[in-house]
Design a protein around this ligand. Structure first.
Ligand SMILES: C[S@@+](CC[C@H](N)C(=O)[O-])C[C@H]1O[C@@H](n2cnc3c(N)ncnc32)[C@H](O)[C@@H]1O
Length: 265
């Protein structure tokens, strides 16, 4: 089975995360474009991060009451300072979140991969929708790709293996057919698709920099100060081989994503 690092990072760096804001927002907009709702009055954005999708949700559904849920104080501070009263910001674990009333839309972009037990989580979220309400989810489907394979290889092969081994967990994102089986008993319709974005990245070690803001963060956090640099260098070398520079100096980074839109019965 593929494995990935366990749990979300203990801390997030919103500025580093938003360095690739353009590339990170695109799947959110592709997800939003497929939501089959003319209007929505109540929206929850689970794992809202620095709030960068909230303005798009507000534009798509004017007048909606939006709740942004995230368990990171750093991310919510960034959301509050950048997007202020665009949403009600709630700091809590999305796995425990329960709305006061049935929602028109539950939106989760690039966040639920940090949560386990999707066979329980996804049907639970469907239960928080009004009839005809929509669960819209996008998650990285990157766990068998070189970026994550190399990261796990370095984690398990270096002198830090004993420290990092306990952080590896089964790949959190399941197969499309699993989501179909878990959601279809509660869904009037399901729209599930995969996309690979070939991202054109600039600068030195851009793939390392990209995963350094998200998937790699829990591993680096767990290492003692004197191992952080060597771990980074070992991974950088492998990623340079896996993602060689093109003739024009850019690096192509294929990033796969899984999309799920479920309309509640
Ligand atoms: C990769 S960011 C995505 C942010 C935003 N949705 C976007 O599209 O840019 C993942 C977010 O999920 C949040 N997160 C991770 N685990 C969570 C949990 N258990 N409960 C709530 N939020 C969580 C993180 O704090 C982080 O802000």
């Amino acid at each position: 089975m593929n494995a990935d690092v366990s749990g979300a990072p203990k801390s997030w760096d919103p500025a580093h995360y938003l360095k690739y804001a353009g590339q990170r927002i695109r799947p959110a907009l592709d997800l939003l474009a497929r939501i089959p709702l003319d209007e929505a009055r109540t929206i929850a954005d689970l794992g809202c991060g620095p709030g960068n999708v909230v303005e798009h949700l507000a534009r798509a559904f004017p007048g909606a009451a939006i709740t942004g849920v995230d368990n990171s104080a750093q991310m919510l501070n960034a959301a509050r300072s950048e997007h202020g009263d665009a949403a009600t910001w709630v700091q809590m674990d999305a796995a425990r979140w329960e709305p006061d009333a049935p929602q028109d839309l539950i939106f989760a972009n690039a966040s639920l991969q940090w949560l386990d037990r999707h066979e329980i989580l996804f049907p639970r979220l469907m239960g928080f929708l009004r009839p005809g309400g929509v669960l819209a989810v996008q998650m990285p489907d990157q766990f068998a790709e070189p970026s994550h394979v190399e990261m796990r290889a370095v984690a398990t092969e270096g002198p830090w293996a004993a420290t990092l081994k306990s952080l590896l967990r089964p790949a959190p994102v399941a197969r499309p057919e699993d989501y179909y089986d878990w959601l279809s008993p509660r869904a009037a319709s399901l729209d599930i698709w995969r996309t690979a974005y070939t991202q054109v990245m600039e600068g030195n070690d851009p793939v390392l920099d990209w995963i350094g803001a998200s998937a790699m963060k829990p591993l680096r956090e767990a290492l003692p100060a004197d191992q952080k640099g060597p771990f980074r260098d070992a991974l950088a070398e492998r990623l340079r081989r896996a993602y060689p520079r093109r003739a024009d100096g850019t690096t192509l980074f294929a990033f796969k994503r899984l999309f799920i839109i479920a309309v509640s019965l």
